[in-house]
Design a protein. Structure first.
Length: 850
């Protein structure tokens, strides 16, 4: 039940807890609707604290008994927790509570999924398991005994005893409660083994439900690669005798880094060539790495409070990106990350939900696991590394691990490590953590008397709560090209620290062509008025793979904007440039596939809005369709060659080389479908022997408004497989024509297999509706109303997943008055729903600007 007035928590109000925890002993007596949790916790007064109120968090708990030093006590209990008088010296707190995992649909705390018990405690779920100071700066060792008649009983740490119907686990590493985990079920292990560089033998297991055994091999290999990589690159070894991963079907997020017992959404770990796409494999490899890397960046060194979330998430995303670059292709990964940042973080940072990488206040912390904290947080670390250099970065990280192991830290601690390593004053750099909004960097050039001058300007638009912005430190990587395409100046990092700054280059024979923001060296919007001829030149010659791709992207964006605004025809510079790139067999197929990508509809809407126009989703959709059709015709003669280049010999492997070929082949098939009406796609569907090809072919057919038979066949073939059925649901919504989208989504929600309480299935349909730009923004508001209906329905069941999906409305002020009014009305309808969760009510009120 929601408080009458929602409370806001502020960073500036942080105070340490009055007590420290020496040890935690928990006993679980598992029962679907009446699990008993007995806790025995040794506290001592915290010498560093001034405030000594003994408050333990606790929600949805039935307190059975409580005692201090063995004497029964009667605490003051509210729906948030309890307070009680305690001695001014070390004492033992004991409590017994009863909880109902069988009715826990929010998937936070201890809950059940297909008969399996499992937990999700980050950020504040442990308080739904027992009374505890549920805050990340309270760290303790844990011993856990599980009593239950299920064959597999798991918790954190090392196994320390087991018998018929029970198991005990001991975690020697002090940790905050959010890293606690318990799993109990009828599970099968896919085993593995790893020996650390200092010779510790680690037993690895990937635990799955019967039937999923065939989908474990890839995840296990990814885990071993991650363990090795963290030793090789960061010198970080694993620190327990066992590492368990469990796959669970009902999970709000992708995965969770609980100490020694990672819990994964089954979609983020289970894979086989027949059921998973290349993109699934790549994501799984990255998520396994991410959660594993948290063992050092998150677990051994954790966050003082949740405002410091980027300390672990930004850093761990940065580390998993480095891992993916090393395992696959660095330029391809960098381009994917820029696409992703622009698609998810820029809209957040330039709308009503904008917040700093380190927020200063929140109502519900679950709402701050955002693209800004994660992806911009990772970009900030990338900038820091670029500014101090690779060697200093490595030294700073060594110092971070040495100085802060076992601690709960802040961003100030993190920055200090870099200052101490380099002697550099990073005060201004810290603005990246405190200032919200995407900086815009504008470029002007001058060539006079043999001196080439680049003048860079920065400005950041006002964001909620921040009107005045200070200049930030922006590393702008720049290279210069000569007229024949040679690089006359290699990449150099310009440090833009002022609102406006000029940089001079001498010794040049002629005015060069600049390549600016190479490798996407900062998460900014670059505004540089250049001719399409210059873009085409960069597309042909830039030695920086990111900027070469960016040149093509800018050409595509420019032609699309002119098609929308001036009814222009597709631009020849773009089409010819693309053709030249596609012809270049020396270029990685994955890279050429990326070159075929276009800005998303929503990105185009943002660009139109920024230029003072009101985006019309249908015109955007039409422009993209027209450009695609023109592209297909323009590269027509090349398509057979692209198809043959995309052929893969030998058995399926989800590696970078094969996936790149398939990506190029898929892009070529999509273009071919525009010319042959789907003949080749239908054949490809029939021949597909892996999910990547099968799904590509099916999506081409659906986009061509064909594929009814294939869709039905797909259903019959994969009906038994939950993860593949999510694709079946999602693809239909993603590929539906704009007018049809709300109806398709609506009728899929009536399907017998639409289990809306499962977050993956809910996202497959309702999430896909929100992602289908022209379909969601149908002028009659049907898309908005359908989304709002489902948000209202899901909220009492699963607030976290509901709240995350509210962000579909965050761009509402970009659109015309009619659409704005339709969206505002739906947001208000959600906002006015009785007993709305704190999660969802915070989101809708921020989006509405209340
Ligand atoms: N610690 C998070 C999981 C989490 C998020 C728990 C929000 C509770 C609330 C985990 O490390 C994570 O970041 N997972 C990501 C995937 C990752 C590859 C970025 C996720 O679940 O999406
Ligand atoms: Zn994480």
């Amino acid at each position: 039940m929601r408080d009458a007035a929602p409370t806001t928590i502020y960073l500036k109000d942080y105070t340490p807890f009055g007590y420290l925890v020496n040890s935690v002993h928990l006993t679980f007596d598992l029962a679907d609707h009446a699990t008993r949790v007995t806790s025995r916790i040794a506290f001592r007064p915290n010498p560093d604290a001034t405030e000594r109120t003994f408050f333990l968090h606790g929600e949805d708990l039935a307190l059975i008994s409580a005692s201090i030093n063995g004497a029964e006590v009667t605490p003051d209990v509210t729906d948030k927790g309890l307070t009680v008088d305690v001695p001014d010296e070390p004492f033992i707190w004991e409590a017994e509570v009863e909880i109902d995992p069988g009715n826990n649909t929010a998937l936070e705390g201890l809950y059940m999924s297909n008969g399996m018990y499992c937990t999700q405690c980050e950020a504040e779920g442990f308080r739904k398991i027992t009374y505890y100071p549920d805050r990340p700066d309270v760290m303790s060792t844990f011993t856990v005994r599980i009593n239950g008649d299920l064959p597999v009983l798991l918790s954190n740490g090392n196994p320390s005893g087991k018998g018929e119907g029970w198991a005990e686990w001991t975690d020697p590493w002090p940790k905050p409660a959010y890293l606690f985990a318990l799993v109990a079920g009828d599970l099968i292990a896919h085993p593995g083994q790893f020996t650390t560089k200092s010779g510790r033998d680690v037993e690895l297991n990937l635990w799955v439900r019967p039937g999923d055994e065939g989908k474990c091999a890839f995840g296990m290999e990814a885990l071993k690669k991650s363990m090795k990589w963290d030793e090789d690159v960061y010198g970080r070894e694993y620190d327990l005798d066992v590492f368990n991963i469990v796959a669970v079907d009902d999970f709000n997020m992708g995965a969770m880094e609980n100490k020694g017992l990672n819990i994964f959404n089954s979609s983020a770990v289970l894979a086989s060539p027949e059921t998973s796409t290349d993109a699934n494999f790549e994501r799984i490899e990255a998520i396994i790495a991410h959660e594993y890397f948290h063992n050092w960046t998150g677990n051994r060194i954790t966050c003082r409070d949740w405002f410091q979330l980027c300390l672990k998430e930004g850093l761990t995303v940065f580390r998993d990106a480095q891992f993916t670059s090393d395992m696959r292709s660095a330029p391809v990964k960098r381009i994917h990350d820029a696409i992703d940042l622009r698609a998810r973080q820029f809209p957040e940072d330039n709308g009503p939900l904008s917040h700093p990488v380190r927020p200063e206040s929140f109502q519900e912390i679950n709402n701050f696991y955002t693209a800004t904290v994660y992806e911009k947080g990772a970009e900030v670390i990338g900038m820091l590394k670029r500014l101090v250099g690779d060697d200093a970065y490595a030294k700073a990280l060594d110092l971070y691990f040495e100085r802060h192991d076992g601690q709960a830290c802040t961003i100030e601690d993190w920055i200090k490590v870099f200052e101490d390593t380099t002697g550099r004053d990073l005060t201004q750099f810290q603005r990246w953590y405190s200032q919200s909004g995407t900086p815009r960097v504008t470029v002007s050039e001058n060539w006079a008397d043999g001196i080439y001058t680049l003048t860079l300007n920065q400005r950041t638009e006002p964001t909620p709560g921040q009107n005045e912005k200070q200049p930030q430190v922006i590393p702008v990587a720049v290279g210069l090209l000569g007229a024949n395409g040679d690089e006359v100046r290699q990449t150099e990092v310009l440090e833009l620290t002022e609102a406006e700054q000029s940089f001079q280059f001498t010794g040049l024979a002629a005015k060069p062509t600049p390549s600016i923001l190479r490798d996407f060296s900062a998460p900014v919007i670059l505004e540089h008025d250049v001719s399409n001829a210059e873009r085409a030149f960069l597309l042909a010659h830039d030695t920086d793979p990111f900027n070469r791709w960016q040149a093509g992207r800018s050409l595509a964006q420019d032609t699309l904007l002119r098609m929308i605004l001036d009814d222009a025809a597709p631009d020849a510079d773009y089409l010819d440039g693309l053709l030249a790139v596609l012809r270049d067999v020396d270029l990685d197929p994955a890279y050429r596939a990326l070159m075929l990508g276009l800005p998303t509809q929503s990105e185009l809407a943002a660009s139109l809005f920024e230029r003072g126009h009101t985006p019309d989703p249908m015109m955007i959709w039409t422009a993209i369709e027209t450009l695609r059709q023109a592209t297909a015709q323009h590269v027509q003669d090349l398509l057979p060659r692209l198809h043959s280049e995309a052929l893969v010999d030998g058995p399926y492997a989800p590696d970078a080389a094969q996936s790149g070929k398939r990506a190029l082949g898929s892009a070529a098939l999509a273009l071919t479908t525009r010319l042959d009406g789907g003949a080749m796609a239908a054949e490809a569907y029939g021949n597909a022997d892996n999910m990547t090809l099968q799904l590509t072919a099916l999506s081409c057919l659906l986009r061509a408004r064909k594929g009814e038979a294939e869709l039905a066949a797909f259903y019959r073939q994969w009906q038994h497989d939950r993860l593949v059925m999510d694709k079946w649901f999602g693809l239909q919504v993603a590929m539906a024509g704009p007018e049809a989208t709300p109806g398709v989504a609506q009728s899929l929600t009536q399907h017998a297999d639409f289990n809306w309480k499962n977050p993956n299935r809910f996202r497959a349909v309702v999430g896909a509706l929100a992602m289908n730009h022209a379909g969601f923004h149908q002028p009659d508001g049907a898309g908005y109303a359908l989304l709002a209906d489902w948000l209202i329905r899901l909220d009492p069941v699963n607030p976290q997943t509901t709240a995350r999906m509210c962000s579909a409305f965050q761009t509402w002020k970009r659109y015309d008055a009619d659409r704005q009014e339709l969206m505002r009305a739906q947001l208000s309808r959600v906002a006015e729903t009785p007993n709305l969760s704190r999660d969802t009510s915070e989101m809708v009120s921020r989006i509405l600007g209340a």
